[in-house]
Write a protein of this length. Structure first.
Length: 135
């Protein structure tokens, strides 16, 4: 049943991301990804705020299923950057600031690098430099 909470939250988060990115592009133009930046900031705030506020045993504790719905489903569908941000903060708060900085630097560098490699590979395939398939 927990997977249903994650799936519904993920669907809602993804739809919210799509709406916000498009709305910001209409409002600000396509020159800078303001929508994605705003999505990442909001998602990072929400996952941390809700995760801490609603944790088990605290004043505003909510059932595990609701925490998973919001943090994994909704925030995960809205932006995976929020999970990255929370994990970085978790490392810092457990006294692992050095590991947090390595994780942050490695995540940004490797993920942007992987995105670049994916772009190059797809471009090469589209330009006929790889295997082709007639449809």
């Amino acid at each position: 049943m927990i997977y249903l909470y994650v799936a519904v939250g993920g669907a809602l988060g993804s739809m919210a991301r799509f709406w916000m990115a498009n709305t910001m592009a209409i409002l600000t133009g396509p020159e800078f990804p303001w929508g994605t930046l705003l999505i990442n900031i909001i998602g990072s705030f929400v996952i941390s705020f809700f995760g801490v506020l609603a944790s088990h045993g605290l004043r505003f504790a909510v059932p595990y299923e609701l925490r998973v719905f919001v943090t994994v489903g909704l925030c995960g569908g809205f932006t995976t950057f929020s999970s990255f941000s929370l994990q970085t903060i978790d490392l810092i708060k457990t006294g692992q600031a050095g590991r947090a900085m390595i994780y942050a630097a490695a995540s940004v560098t490797l993920c942007v690098g992987a995105c670049g490699l994916g772009f190059l590979a797809a471009t090469a395939i589209n330009n006929g430099l790889g295997p082709t398939r007639n449809l």
